[in-house]
Design a protein around this ligand. Structure first.
Ligand code: GH3
Ligand code: MG
Ligand code: MG
Ligand code: MG
Length: 303
């Protein structure tokens, strides 16, 4: 994807206590964007959380929760923490402008607004945000298989550890390691090995297919499957599906001491996260069980 292919239409939230100002901004933006509006700070925060706008145009001076307080609350919430905010305000001293930028505003537009300037500045901020999002997606994706990489996995397991811990919910982890993959590479070549990893990643995604499940490439030929809100029985069910999906791929592995087809071994751990421990305890438990599965003859899971 090139930068120029990034679509520039967005969902814009306009926040101002004067309806007249909202109408002016709406008129300036409606041809290019979907425009939502809020007449006060509290409604703005509720809409920002539920509608996830791509960008917010925010009036600084409002009765009740003013623009600076809205910006602070937006920054503190995970859903809106990196949503760009452009201050639109009649305050126009260098101090006001600096205060807005220091508070985390992406840009500052003085009233009375000019429609073309608003459109141009909005377009610029949408472009910057989309470039940042695209780069972040790249840093979280394994380039060979297209699944999450280890960095993405680490972020998610920590987040789910906290979330499931708060809710008293079980969190399961499957660590899977392809059996005798060194022999596979030696026999079929590294390119065939790479193609095999791509197929295995897709098979894992078919096996763990709920929206909250995460399949990640954990290391060279190791995959992690994170299963939030899933108990031990549910995780075993996913592991069984992984074995079935791999069997269905029927990738020949003529030199494997385990089977004439490509297989994998898995360790499955389930914990209700506990504040006293870190997410690493779940990984350690799954890893120990993976080792057991290898020692017990491979092509199986241990739980
Ligand atoms: P075991 O059944 O005990 O897991 O044996 P193994 O051979 O799979 O284990 P080992 O850890 O000794 O070897 C892993 C192999 O995976 C070695 C390496 O060449 C291969 N591998 C790791 N990453 C990649 C990759 O990106 N592409 C390819 N083609 N091979 C990889
Ligand atoms: Mg105002
Ligand atoms: Mg390995
Ligand atoms: Mg291996």
């Amino acid at each position: 994807m090139s930068w120029s292919e990034l679509a520039l239409n967005g969902r814009i939230l306009v926040v101002d206590d004067a309806m007249e100002n909202i109408q002016i901004l709406h008129a300036a933006l409606q041809d290019e964007h979907e425009v939502l509006f809020a007449l006060d700070g509290s409604k703005a925060l509720a809409l920002a959380a539920s509608q996830r706008p791509d960008l917010i145009l925010l009036d600084a001076v409002m009765p009740g929760v003013d623009g600076y307080a809205v910006l602070q609350a937006l920054r503190a919430a995970p859903e809106t923490g990196d949503t760009p905010v452009i201050f639109v305000t009649a305050l126009s001293s260098p101090e006001d402008e600096t205060r807005a930028l220091d508070a985390g505003a992406a840009d500052f537009i003085s009233k009375t607004v000019n429609a073309a300037v608003v459109r141009a500045r909005v377009r610029t901020q949408l472009t910057v945000k989309r470039q940042a999002d695209a780069l972040r997606a790249l840093t979280l994706t394994d380039s060979l298989t297209g699944v999450a990489n280890r960095r993405a996995f680490s972020e998610r397991i920590d987040a789910e550890w906290r979330r499931c811990g708060r809710g008293g919910l079980p969190l399961s982890l499957i660590l899977a390691d392809i059996d005798h993959f060194k022999l596979f590479n030696d026999h079929y070549g590294h390119q065939a090995g790479d193609a095999c990893l791509e197929q295995v990643a897709r098979a894992m995604c078919r096996a763990a297919n709920r929206a909250q499940d995460l399949v990640a490439r954990y290391g060279g030929e190791e995959f992690a499957i994170l299963l939030p809100e899933t108990d031990a029985a549910g995780a075993e069910c996913v592991a069984r599906r992984v074995l079935d999906e791999l069997a269905a791929l029927a990738i020949a592995h003529a030199v494997s001491p385990t089977a004439p087809l490509l297989t994998a071994s898995m360790g499955i751990a389930t914990l209700v996260p506990d504040r006293a421990q870190a997410s690493a305890s779940l990984i350690r438990a799954a890893d120990a069980l993976l080792y057991q599965a290898k020692a017990a003859g491979r092509n199986r899971y241990c739980a």
